[in-house]
Design a protein around this ligand. Structure first.
Ligand SMILES: Cc1ncc(C[n+]2csc(CCOP(=O)(O)OP(=O)(O)O)c2C)c(N)n1
Ligand code: SF4
Length: 304
């Protein structure tokens, strides 16, 4: 049973020593994307082809002829991650290598839930055989922090100077509606969980989707040594639930189980007050945000 595969209690020394992300890259100080990517690549392993669109991740990869990534990588245009992955899969299948090599598209939240959603939806409807990994820093970070469909309620961005009025688009549930075999959420603050979920995704055939929260110090407005803490607060407050949906059934990850009990959820204010992007937020917004998170947990409960 796929749901019985262990995704918890991994210790750092359970992880393979081989590194595909080399020390030193062009992401900002404190960027949790590096940690996330390092874990994901360890899980995917050498026999992988990656496709990456315009984003902070392209910056991390570096400029030709130097790179920090020891992998086969295609750099593709902003909206084409899933189309590019579909093309790579078709080419591998034509060469009889479809079962041997893993294809994985990595894109930001803008590249996934806004401009890239059409190609992703088409590929998922065909159940094309690749992993799609959305790293979610909740804005278009690479171009200077504009609003995306994943920017949360009331967050400041350069295009929402008074705070965004809408909530995050629920990408994992949109992907769930496509009936794909494996969906997971993860957060860079829980690196072993990131590793385990990529490793588990590899066991399935068809479209697999992993959505990961990536705290971004300059975009969110917090000190560079607080990235891990910020992700943990997002999970502990229930703002970002960690779960898997395996063959249509949802399983809460251990890190989020405590959130089933509303009294054990950290108040959303404890998370919001530490970030510059929410500094203009008023008590009525916080109350509304808390209500929204509590209602979202009632929604999640229906699936468990
Ligand atoms: C068609 C097109 N429109 C706009 C851009 C400019 N652009 C490059 S990266 C980027 C933002 C990417 O945001 P996201 O996908 O969230 O990734 P992040 O930068 O946050 O890592 C934009 C708007 C582009 N490259 N192509
Ligand atoms: S802008 Fe944010 S996501 Fe992009 S490299 Fe810098 S810290 Fe990382």
């Amino acid at each position: 049973m796929m749901d019985m595969i262990e995704t918890k209690r991994l210790r750092p020394d359970d992880l393979p020593e081989q590194e595909f992300l080399l020390p030193g890259n062009r992401s900002c100080a404190g960027c949790s994307m590096s940690l996330y990517y390092r874990m994901a690549l360890k899980a995917l392993g050498k026999k992988t082809i990656i496709t990456v669109p315009a984003s902070c991740l392209t910056v991390l990869h570096g400029l030709y002829h130097k790179t920090s990534v020891k992998m086969n990588v295609v750099h593709t245009t902003f909206e084409t991650t899933a189309a590019s992955a579909s093309g790579i899969v078709a080419a591998l299948e034509a060469k009889g290598l479809g079962d041997e090599i893993t294809v994985c598209g990595f894109a930001g939240d803008g590249g996934t839930s806004d401009i890239g959603i059409q190609g992703l939806s088409g590929a998922a409807e065909r159940n094309t055989n690749f992993i799609y990994a959305c790293y979610d820093n909740e804005m278009y970070s690479n171009t200077g922090t504009q609003r995306s469909g994943q920017t949360p309620y009331m967050a400041y961005t350069t295009t929402t100077p008074h705070g965004k009025l809408e909530h995050k688009k629920n990408m994992p549930m949109i992907m769930h509606a496509h009936g794909i075999p494996y969906i997971a959420t993860s957060c860079s603050s829980y690196p072993q969980d990131v590793y385990a979920k990529f490793k588990k995704a590899k066991l399935f055939t068809g479209t697999r989707y992993i959505h990961t929260l990536i705290p971004c110090p300059p975009g969110w407005g917090f000190p560079t040594d607080q990235s891990i803490e910020m992700g943990r607060l997002a999970v502990k407050s229930g703002i970002f639930p960690l779960f898997e949906i395996i063959d249509g059934k949802m399983f809460l990850s251990p890190e989020s189980e405590r959130c089933l009990d509303p009294s054990k959820r950290l108040k959303v204010e404890e998370y919001l007050k530490l970030q510059g992007r929410f500094k203009h937020i008023q008590p009525e917004h916080i109350e509304y945000y808390q209500e929204y998170v509590d209602n979202h947990w009632n929604f999640i409960n229906q699936f468990l």
